[in-house]
Design a protein around this ligand. Structure first.
Ligand code: CA
Ligand code: CA
Ligand code: CA
Length: 300
Protein backbone atom coordinates (compact mmCIF):
# COMPACT_ATOMS: atom_id res chain seq x y z
CA UNK A 1 0.00 0.00 0.00
CA UNK A 2 1.16 3.53 -0.58
CA UNK A 3 0.09 6.64 1.24
CA UNK A 4 -1.14 8.49 -1.78
CA UNK A 5 -4.49 7.38 -3.15
CA UNK A 6 -7.19 5.29 -1.58
CA UNK A 7 -7.65 3.89 1.88
CA UNK A 8 -9.46 0.78 0.82
CA UNK A 9 -9.89 -1.36 3.88
CA UNK A 10 -9.17 0.64 7.03
CA UNK A 11 -12.25 0.79 9.17
CA UNK A 12 -14.37 -1.04 6.64
CA UNK A 13 -16.06 -4.41 6.85
CA UNK A 14 -14.96 -7.12 4.46
CA UNK A 15 -18.04 -6.75 2.26
CA UNK A 16 -17.59 -3.01 1.86
CA UNK A 17 -13.92 -3.52 1.16
CA UNK A 18 -14.74 -6.00 -1.57
CA UNK A 19 -17.10 -3.58 -3.30
CA UNK A 20 -14.53 -0.80 -3.16
CA UNK A 21 -11.87 -3.19 -4.40
CA UNK A 22 -13.90 -3.94 -7.50
CA UNK A 23 -14.48 -0.25 -8.13
CA UNK A 24 -10.78 0.51 -7.78
CA UNK A 25 -9.80 -2.20 -10.22
CA UNK A 26 -11.23 -0.03 -13.00
CA UNK A 27 -9.85 3.24 -11.65
CA UNK A 28 -7.38 5.19 -13.81
CA UNK A 29 -3.94 3.70 -13.47
CA UNK A 30 -5.20 0.51 -11.85
CA UNK A 31 -4.36 -2.83 -13.41
CA UNK A 32 -7.17 -4.29 -15.44
CA UNK A 33 -8.90 -7.56 -14.64
CA UNK A 34 -6.97 -10.78 -15.06
CA UNK A 35 -7.91 -13.82 -17.06
CA UNK A 36 -10.14 -15.20 -14.31
CA UNK A 37 -12.07 -13.78 -11.41
CA UNK A 38 -13.90 -15.03 -8.39
CA UNK A 39 -16.32 -13.61 -5.90
CA UNK A 40 -13.69 -12.29 -3.52
CA UNK A 41 -10.92 -14.52 -2.30
CA UNK A 42 -11.67 -18.26 -2.41
CA UNK A 43 -12.01 -20.43 0.68
CA UNK A 44 -9.28 -23.04 0.43
CA UNK A 45 -7.80 -25.77 2.66
CA UNK A 46 -4.73 -24.71 4.65
CA UNK A 47 -2.57 -27.05 2.64
CA UNK A 48 -3.21 -25.09 -0.58
CA UNK A 49 -1.19 -22.11 0.69
CA UNK A 50 2.53 -21.40 0.29
CA UNK A 51 4.72 -23.01 2.95
CA UNK A 52 8.29 -21.71 2.70
CA UNK A 53 9.99 -18.34 2.11
CA UNK A 54 12.70 -18.90 -0.50
CA UNK A 55 13.86 -15.28 -0.63
CA UNK A 56 12.67 -11.78 0.16
CA UNK A 57 14.33 -8.74 -1.39
CA UNK A 58 12.37 -5.59 -0.47
CA UNK A 59 13.31 -2.22 -1.91
CA UNK A 60 13.72 -0.01 1.17
CA UNK A 61 13.95 3.75 0.72
CA UNK A 62 14.10 6.09 3.71
CA UNK A 63 13.13 3.15 5.94
CA UNK A 64 9.96 2.51 3.89
CA UNK A 65 8.48 -0.01 4.06
CA UNK A 66 9.00 0.12 7.84
CA UNK A 67 10.68 -2.81 9.48
CA UNK A 68 7.45 -4.26 10.96
CA UNK A 69 6.10 -4.58 7.40
CA UNK A 70 9.13 -6.63 6.32
CA UNK A 71 8.45 -10.06 7.81
CA UNK A 72 8.08 -12.45 4.85
CA UNK A 73 6.78 -15.23 7.12
CA UNK A 74 3.47 -13.33 7.25
CA UNK A 75 2.89 -14.36 3.60
CA UNK A 76 2.82 -18.07 4.50
CA UNK A 77 -0.23 -20.13 5.38
CA UNK A 78 -3.88 -19.17 5.01
CA UNK A 79 -4.88 -15.56 4.40
CA UNK A 80 -5.38 -13.84 7.76
CA UNK A 81 -5.40 -10.11 7.00
CA UNK A 82 -8.49 -8.53 8.55
CA UNK A 83 -8.17 -4.85 7.66
CA UNK A 84 -5.46 -3.83 10.14
CA UNK A 85 -3.46 -1.81 7.60
CA UNK A 86 -1.39 -0.11 10.33
CA UNK A 87 -0.38 -3.41 11.94
CA UNK A 88 -1.77 -2.29 15.30
CA UNK A 89 -2.20 -5.95 16.22
CA UNK A 90 0.85 -7.28 14.40
CA UNK A 91 1.39 -7.41 10.66
CA UNK A 92 -0.38 -10.11 8.68
CA UNK A 93 1.21 -9.19 5.36
CA UNK A 94 4.64 -8.34 4.02
CA UNK A 95 5.34 -5.20 1.97
CA UNK A 96 7.69 -5.37 -1.00
CA UNK A 97 8.64 -1.72 -1.50
CA UNK A 98 8.67 -0.37 -5.05
CA UNK A 99 10.15 -3.12 -7.22
CA UNK A 100 10.74 -5.55 -4.33
CA UNK A 101 10.62 -9.32 -4.85
CA UNK A 102 9.21 -12.18 -2.75
CA UNK A 103 9.74 -15.83 -3.70
CA UNK A 104 7.71 -18.55 -1.96
CA UNK A 105 7.59 -22.32 -2.25
CA UNK A 106 4.90 -24.94 -1.80
CA UNK A 107 6.26 -27.84 0.28
CA UNK A 108 3.23 -30.06 0.90
CA UNK A 109 1.34 -29.31 -2.31
CA UNK A 110 1.97 -28.19 -5.88
CA UNK A 111 0.23 -25.76 -8.21
CA UNK A 112 -1.21 -27.19 -11.42
CA UNK A 113 -3.38 -26.05 -14.29
CA UNK A 114 -6.88 -27.54 -14.24
CA UNK A 115 -7.41 -27.71 -18.00
CA UNK A 116 -10.06 -24.96 -17.90
CA UNK A 117 -10.19 -21.16 -17.72
CA UNK A 118 -10.91 -21.35 -13.97
CA UNK A 119 -8.48 -19.71 -11.55
CA UNK A 120 -5.49 -21.81 -10.48
CA UNK A 121 -3.34 -19.37 -8.49
CA UNK A 122 -4.37 -16.65 -6.06
CA UNK A 123 -2.24 -13.79 -4.72
CA UNK A 124 -3.81 -12.10 -1.68
CA UNK A 125 -2.57 -8.52 -2.03
CA UNK A 126 -4.05 -6.45 0.79
CA UNK A 127 -3.65 -3.19 2.70
CA UNK A 128 -4.75 0.36 2.20
CA UNK A 129 -4.27 0.45 -1.58
CA UNK A 130 -4.57 -1.99 -4.46
CA UNK A 131 -1.10 -2.50 -5.86
CA UNK A 132 0.12 -4.48 -8.83
CA UNK A 133 2.66 -7.27 -8.96
CA UNK A 134 4.22 -9.32 -11.74
CA UNK A 135 3.85 -13.04 -11.06
CA UNK A 136 6.22 -15.78 -12.21
CA UNK A 137 5.99 -19.50 -11.49
CA UNK A 138 8.64 -22.22 -11.56
CA UNK A 139 8.83 -25.99 -11.22
CA UNK A 140 12.41 -26.07 -9.91
CA UNK A 141 13.20 -22.56 -8.67
CA UNK A 142 15.55 -22.09 -11.66
CA UNK A 143 13.44 -21.68 -14.78
CA UNK A 144 10.68 -19.11 -14.46
CA UNK A 145 7.52 -18.48 -16.47
CA UNK A 146 5.59 -15.23 -16.40
CA UNK A 147 1.86 -15.54 -15.71
CA UNK A 148 1.11 -11.86 -16.01
CA UNK A 149 0.32 -9.06 -13.61
CA UNK A 150 -2.28 -9.02 -10.85
CA UNK A 151 -3.38 -6.80 -7.97
CA UNK A 152 -5.65 -6.91 -4.97
CA UNK A 153 -7.21 -10.12 -3.72
CA UNK A 154 -10.47 -10.29 -5.67
CA UNK A 155 -9.15 -12.02 -8.75
CA UNK A 156 -6.87 -14.92 -9.52
CA UNK A 157 -4.65 -16.24 -12.28
CA UNK A 158 -5.56 -18.95 -14.79
CA UNK A 159 -2.26 -20.62 -15.63
CA UNK A 160 -3.85 -22.68 -18.42
CA UNK A 161 -4.12 -19.37 -20.31
CA UNK A 162 -0.31 -19.37 -20.42
CA UNK A 163 -0.06 -22.79 -22.03
CA UNK A 164 0.16 -24.91 -18.89
CA UNK A 165 -2.16 -27.71 -17.82
CA UNK A 166 -2.80 -30.49 -15.30
CA UNK A 167 0.46 -32.20 -16.30
CA UNK A 168 2.51 -29.22 -15.11
CA UNK A 169 3.46 -29.01 -11.46
CA UNK A 170 4.84 -25.82 -9.99
CA UNK A 171 6.39 -25.51 -6.54
CA UNK A 172 7.56 -21.88 -6.71
CA UNK A 173 5.85 -18.50 -7.03
CA UNK A 174 7.78 -15.23 -7.42
CA UNK A 175 6.03 -11.90 -6.89
CA UNK A 176 7.60 -8.63 -8.04
CA UNK A 177 6.12 -5.25 -7.20
CA UNK A 178 5.38 -3.13 -10.27
CA UNK A 179 7.37 0.01 -9.52
CA UNK A 180 5.56 1.91 -12.26
CA UNK A 181 2.22 1.44 -10.53
CA UNK A 182 1.14 3.24 -7.38
CA UNK A 183 3.22 5.78 -5.50
CA UNK A 184 6.67 5.00 -4.17
CA UNK A 185 6.71 5.99 -0.53
CA UNK A 186 4.85 5.23 2.67
CA UNK A 187 5.21 3.04 5.75
CA UNK A 188 4.10 -0.05 3.83
CA UNK A 189 5.33 0.91 0.38
CA UNK A 190 4.83 -1.57 -2.43
CA UNK A 191 2.46 -4.49 -2.78
CA UNK A 192 1.44 -6.10 0.51
CA UNK A 193 1.25 -9.88 0.35
CA UNK A 194 -0.96 -11.61 2.92
CA UNK A 195 -0.93 -15.07 1.34
CA UNK A 196 -0.39 -17.06 -1.85
CA UNK A 197 -2.46 -20.12 -2.70
CA UNK A 198 -2.66 -22.80 -5.35
CA UNK A 199 -6.39 -22.91 -6.10
CA UNK A 200 -5.69 -25.93 -8.30
CA UNK A 201 -3.61 -27.76 -5.74
CA UNK A 202 -2.43 -31.34 -5.47
CA UNK A 203 -1.03 -32.67 -2.23
CA UNK A 204 2.52 -33.92 -2.15
CA UNK A 205 5.41 -34.08 0.31
CA UNK A 206 9.03 -33.01 0.42
CA UNK A 207 12.07 -34.70 1.93
CA UNK A 208 14.79 -32.60 3.52
CA UNK A 209 16.99 -35.23 5.20
CA UNK A 210 17.45 -38.95 5.80
CA UNK A 211 19.49 -40.40 8.69
CA UNK A 212 21.49 -42.53 8.68
CA UNK A 213 22.33 -41.97 5.02
CA UNK A 214 25.45 -44.12 4.71
CA UNK A 215 26.24 -47.82 5.34
CA UNK A 216 22.56 -48.57 5.67
CA UNK A 217 21.71 -52.25 6.13
CA UNK A 218 18.54 -54.28 5.82
CA UNK A 219 16.65 -54.03 9.08
CA UNK A 220 17.97 -50.57 9.95
CA UNK A 221 15.42 -47.88 10.71
CA UNK A 222 16.04 -44.57 8.93
CA UNK A 223 14.49 -41.28 9.99
CA UNK A 224 13.08 -39.20 7.13
CA UNK A 225 12.45 -35.51 7.82
CA UNK A 226 10.46 -33.22 5.56
CA UNK A 227 6.91 -31.99 5.30
CA UNK A 228 3.48 -33.05 4.14
CA UNK A 229 3.59 -36.60 5.52
CA UNK A 230 0.22 -38.12 6.41
CA UNK A 231 -1.34 -41.34 7.63
CA UNK A 232 -0.94 -44.06 5.02
CA UNK A 233 2.27 -42.65 3.54
CA UNK A 234 4.25 -45.36 1.74
CA UNK A 235 8.05 -45.50 1.48
CA UNK A 236 10.26 -46.96 -1.28
CA UNK A 237 14.00 -47.58 -1.02
CA UNK A 238 14.87 -47.45 -4.69
CA UNK A 239 11.98 -49.52 -6.08
CA UNK A 240 11.57 -51.71 -2.98
CA UNK A 241 8.93 -50.98 -0.35
CA UNK A 242 10.12 -50.40 3.22
CA UNK A 243 9.43 -53.42 5.42
CA UNK A 244 7.81 -51.16 8.03
CA UNK A 245 6.74 -47.51 8.17
CA UNK A 246 5.91 -45.34 11.19
CA UNK A 247 4.37 -41.90 10.65
CA UNK A 248 5.68 -39.87 13.60
CA UNK A 249 4.28 -36.53 12.44
CA UNK A 250 3.62 -34.52 9.29
CA UNK A 251 7.36 -33.81 9.33
CA UNK A 252 8.86 -37.15 10.34
CA UNK A 253 8.59 -40.72 9.08
CA UNK A 254 10.62 -43.74 10.21
CA UNK A 255 11.09 -46.55 7.73
CA UNK A 256 12.74 -49.96 8.01
CA UNK A 257 15.20 -50.83 5.27
CA UNK A 258 13.81 -53.82 3.31
CA UNK A 259 15.41 -57.26 3.48
CA UNK A 260 16.53 -57.14 -0.16
CA UNK A 261 20.09 -55.88 -0.57
CA UNK A 262 20.48 -52.14 -0.95
CA UNK A 263 23.99 -52.03 -2.33
CA UNK A 264 25.09 -48.64 -3.55
CA UNK A 265 23.15 -45.40 -3.75
CA UNK A 266 19.37 -45.52 -3.54
CA UNK A 267 16.63 -42.94 -3.75
CA UNK A 268 13.85 -42.71 -1.18
CA UNK A 269 10.33 -42.02 -2.42
CA UNK A 270 7.36 -41.20 -0.21
CA UNK A 271 3.78 -41.15 -1.43
CA UNK A 272 0.87 -39.82 0.60
CA UNK A 273 -2.59 -41.27 -0.13
CA UNK A 274 -4.09 -39.57 -3.17
CA UNK A 275 -1.04 -37.36 -3.60
CA UNK A 276 2.00 -37.02 -5.79
CA UNK A 277 5.20 -38.84 -4.71
CA UNK A 278 8.24 -36.96 -3.45
CA UNK A 279 11.71 -38.38 -4.05
CA UNK A 280 15.17 -37.67 -2.65
CA UNK A 281 17.70 -39.10 -5.14
CA UNK A 282 20.73 -40.81 -3.61
CA UNK A 283 19.16 -40.57 -0.16
CA UNK A 284 20.83 -43.67 1.28
CA UNK A 285 23.91 -45.73 0.50
CA UNK A 286 23.42 -49.35 1.45
CA UNK A 287 25.82 -52.19 2.24
CA UNK A 288 25.24 -55.89 1.65
CA UNK A 289 25.67 -56.69 5.33
CA UNK A 290 22.45 -57.17 7.21
CA UNK A 291 21.75 -55.91 10.67
CA UNK A 292 21.94 -58.37 13.58
CA UNK A 293 18.22 -57.96 14.12
CA UNK A 294 17.30 -58.97 10.58
CA UNK A 295 19.78 -61.92 10.59
CA UNK A 296 18.20 -63.20 13.80
CA UNK A 297 14.77 -63.05 12.19
CA UNK A 298 16.05 -65.04 9.20
CA UNK A 299 17.30 -67.96 11.35
CA UNK A 300 14.57 -67.94 13.92
CA1 CA B 1 0.99 -25.72 1.37
CA1 CA C 1 -7.20 -22.90 -15.04
CA1 CA D 1 -0.82 -13.40 6.15
Amino acid sequence: MKRVSYDRKSGLGAAAAFVLGVALAAAPGAVQAQTCSGTGSPVLPARAFADVVVSYAPVVINDDPRVQFRDPQTALGPDDYAGDAQCANGCKSVSLGSGGVLTLRFADNVLRGDGTASCDLWIYEVGGNVEATFVDISKDGQTWYSVGETSGYTKGIDIDAYGFGPQDQFAYVRITDDLNQGSSSGYSDGADIDAVAAVTSVETCSITSVTPAARVRAGDVVTILGSGFAAGTTVLFGATPASAVTIVSSQEVRATVPTQSLQGSNSITLTIPGGLPCTLPGAVVGTLRQSWGSLKSLYR
